[in-house]
Each structure stands twice: as C-alpha cells, then as structure tokens.
Design a protein around this ligand. Structure first.
Ligand SMILES: Cc1cc2nc3c(=O)[nH]c(=O)nc-3n(C[C@H](O)[C@H](O)[C@H](O)COP(=O)(O)OP(=O)(O)OC[C@H]3O[C@@H](n4cnc5c(N)ncnc54)[C@H](O)[C@@H]3O)c2cc1C
Length: 438
C-alpha cells in the first residue's frame, strides 16, 4: 500500500471523490487475479499523476451498497471523476495500462498531460526466462523454470489462462475425474506458477520486440531483457465475421470438436466449413450428435478423398452446399438457429440446431514476428525436439508450434520440454568449467 493511494469506505466517498477536482476510483476485491494485475499499474500511475489526480481504492464487497448504486458489478472496475461527475470510459476486467492513461489524460489539461508523459522514467528488468503468453503452455513452462529458481517473467496481453479460461468445461485434462471449468483449471495453473515465484505482467501491450537482442518493451516503459525467451502466444480460430459469432462463443459456438462434441450427445449440430478439419471433425462429432448439417460455401468439399467418402457414407451427416452463414441466433441458453444465404439465389433460410462448430482454420498469434522464424506451410513455428526455434535462445511452445495435435496436454508437454531444456542449458552456461571437466 503506498501513500499516494487512499483506501476509503463508502461514507468517505462524497468528500474524497465527489468533492475532489479529479479522482480515479478502483473498486477492487481480494483474491481477484485481475485486481492483482491492475494493482501494480494503478500504483505506478499514481506515482506519475498523484500531483494532479486523486487515486482512490474502495473494497467492493465491503462497500456493496455504494458499488451497486454506481452500477459496479465486477472487480476490478475503474471509474473516473471530474468535479463530481463521471467522465471517460468505465474500465473493467483485464484493464490495460494504455486504456487507463487514455482516460487519465481526458481529466487533465493536454499540456500538463504532455509534461507528465515526458517525465516517465523507463524501467529496465533482467530475467533468466521471459515467457510471452500465459496460456497452458506458458504457465507450465513458468512452473518448471520458476521451481528451478530461474527468474521467470510471464507477459500476456490479457489475463492468464489462454484459450482455456474461456472454455466452459474441460473433461480431458488428466487428474480430474469430473469435468473442470476451463477458468478454474487455468486459475490453478497460474496460482501454481505464482507460488513457484514466477512474476507476471498482465493485460499489457508489448510495444517493441527484439528477439535477436533478447528484449521486449512492455507498455512503452519497461524493457525486459532475458537470457532465454519462450514464445507461447497460441493460435486463434479464424473468425467468419458473422453476427452472433463472437457474442456466443462458448454458448453454442465452438471451434474444437475434441473438446466440445461430447456435450452434443443426441443433438443436432451445424458445422461450418468443408476442408479437412471440418470433415474429419464432423465424423468425430457424429459419434455423439444425432444429426450434423455441414454448411459449405462451395459446391463440393475441399477435404481429402477418404474423409469425403466417410462423410458421404455417414447417415447422420447432411450437406448444404453453396450457402454461407449470415447470423447465429440464440434464443435460449445456446445458439439454436443459423441464418444462411443461398449464394446462387441469395435466398435466406434458417436451420434449427442445438449448437454450431466453426472450422475455418486457425491463425498462429505471431503476426509481428513471423518473418524471423522458419515456419511450416500453415505458418506455424518449426522447432527441434527441445522446442528450440531457428533463433538462438528463442523457444516456441504450444499451439503456435508446427505439430499434429493442439490440446492442453500437448501445450503443457511443450512447456515442460522447453523449461527443462532451458534449465539444463543455463546450468551449463553458468558453470562452463564443470562442463569441461565432466
Ligand atoms: C473453444 C476451445 C475449447 C477448447 N477446449 C479444449 C479442451 O477441452 N481440452 C483440450 O485439451 N484443449 C482444448 N482446446 C485447445 C486448447 O485450448 C489449446 O490447445 C491450448 O490452449 C494451447 O495453449 P497455448 O498456451 O499454446 O495457447 P493459448 O491457450 O492460446 O494461450 C496463448 C496466450 O498468449 C497470449 N498472447 C497471444 N498473443 C500475445 C501477444 N502478442 N502478446 C502477449 N500475449 C499474447 C494470449 O492472450 C493467451 O493468453 C480448446 C480450444 C478452443 C478454441
């Protein structure tokens, strides 16, 4: 707790916030990972802006009535006040430093904002292992390197947990006889990494990356130098940009049959796509679903011949060729209608269903750095058996890597291999004489 930040309760709100010229208020909770991620940013920004802006913290649960009256329903929530009036954007969840600064700058004179920005002292941090990406692969690597007493920093543009934190239920991760919520599984993994001593920089922007000289710049002011860097940024499903797709992810829209097909036992599923993964995954879904309607934009499938033959022979599968989805509609707890357009006649019709799988391909999250790596045909990073890339001291793990199967277990396995390989290598680099004598 620093003195620049004042902790208040609801009865002080009027005096401390509404009567203040300018104030920013953080409604926080205890045992709240996004609140912890925000705390260090709030602290460092208070150092810069404390002469101009009051930094206030209010415990949400202990001041529930006030929070409810202000419409604050999740922690953390940041509210910005000028002369007693709410201004700027209400920020919540994994709050980025750049979003806070944008709001703070609205509160003060632009000239003064410029002066403050000019005073920002950049910070330099050194570590043994820098892990870019806090999904299952990055967190597994962090657990191993931190337990090996290597100074480990995990950076993520979001909160930790990767794709799994938004996965409703995970039923195939060993160790859990009942399905576990993806959020809880990843909460345990990140707590384990933290307990092992790994440091986190969360909901940040990487504003510069120099893998050859082994450093990154976070939020424009902290340069992190590392002896070894692990790329663990995962991949993202290629989206269709169709109404309802992003809104209903995890609520009837799925991108992973291995993960979710079992939840559609005896149900009708719509599959979008006609390539290898769409057809092979449809055959897998057919083990559970009672009916599958494959909607494909072309007049024939693009999948390999064998998969096509199996799909045409499967009585549960129907095909709607030369149609594209235009909207995913959710009337109850899941998506139950897909509006499709006939690409020849432009007629629209709806297909009733219990859920939708989209297989439009995945994209590795390496856009800004892909030119540095040897990639496979699909754009994934090639590694050797120790997860080393073609760049010295740079490793890649998890979904970002060229491999056959992308699952939590395979991501965690890659993280383990990279971490142990790094530990051994740093041991050898730190004690070259022992190596010569051995
Ligand atoms: C909907 C869905 C459900 C799934 N369900 C299951 C399941 O039940 N069982 C199973 O085994 N597998 C499942 N999978 C697959 C599984 O989620 C992935 O294989 C696994 O998450 C890969 O882990 P990862 O660490 O490589 O990447 P991710 O989980 O994708 O994590 C990557 C992390 O890197 C961060 N990041 C990305 N770019 C940057 C950047 N530029 N700067 C900083 N940080 C960055 C992201 O914010 C993210 O936190 C599912 C996948 C999906 C899409």
């Amino acid at each position: 707790m620093t003195e620049r930040i004042k902790y208040i309760s609801s009865n002080e709100f009027a005096d401390e916030v509404l009567k203040a010229e300018i104030a920013v208020v953080d409604f926080y909770s205890t045992e709240c990972p996004p609140c912890e991620a925000l705390a260090s940013k709030f602290d460092s920004l208070s150092e810069m802006y404390a002469d101009d802006i009051k930094f206030i913290k209010i415990h949400r649960q202990e001041n529930r009535e006030l929070a409810v009256s202000l419409g604050v329903s999740s922690s953390p929530t940041l509210l910005f006040y000028k002369e007693g009036q709410l201004v700027g954007n209400r920020l919540t969840g994994g709050i980025k430093r750049s979003d806070i600064v944008a709001n703070l700058e609205l509160l003060i004179d632009p000239k003064r904002a410029g002066e403050i920005k000019g005073r920002i002292e950049s910070k330099s941090t050194e570590c043994d292992v820098l892990i870019i990406g806090g999904g299952p692969s990055g967190l597994a690597a962090a657990i191993y390197t931190a337990q090996a007493k290597l100074k480990t920093i995990v950076v993520d543009r979001d909160l930790p947990g990767g794709q799994v934190k938004i996965t409703h239920l995970v039923s195939n991760y060993p160790g859990f006889s009942e399905p576990i919520s993806g959020y809880m599984l990843m909460h345990h993994m990140s707590e384990q990494a933290k307990a092992a001593g790994a440091e986190f920089r969360l909901a940040i922007d990487i504003t510069e990356t120099d893998l050859e000289n082994k450093f990154i710049v976070v939020d424009g002011y902290e340069t992190i130098y590392a002896k070894k860097i692990i790329i663990a940024t995962g991949s993202s499903p290629r989206t269709l940009n169709v109404k309802g797709e992003l809104e209903y992810r995890g609520q009837g829209i799925s991108y992973c049959a291995t993960c979710d097909a079992k939840f559609y036992e005896g149900k009708h599923v719509v599959v979008i796509g006609g390539g290898n993964s769409a057809i092979e995954e449809s055959l897998f879904i057919a083990k559970f679903a009672s009916k599958i309607t494959i909607v494909h934009q072309f007049d024939k499938l693009q999948a390999n011949k064998l998969a096509q033959e199996k799909a045409f022979a499967e009585p549960k599968i129907e095909f709607v060729f030369e149609h594209e989805p235009r909207e995913f509609i959710k009337k109850g707890s899941t998506v139950n209608e897909v509006l499709v357009e006939d690409l020849n006649t432009h007629e629209l019709k709806t297909i009733g269903c219990d859920g939708v799988f989209i297989f439009a391909g995945m994209i590795p999250n390496i856009n800004e750095i892909k030119h540095l790596f040897e990639l496979d045909t699909w754009g994934y990073i090639k590694t050797d058996k120790d997860m080393k890339t073609n760049l010295d001291d740079v490793y890649a793990i998890g979904d970002v890597v060229s491999k056959s199967f992308r699952q939590i277990t395979t991501a965690v396995s890659d993280g383990t291999v990279a971490a142990i390989s790094i530990s051994k290598e740093l041991e050898r680099e730190d004690s070259p004489m022992e190596l010569i004598n051995s």
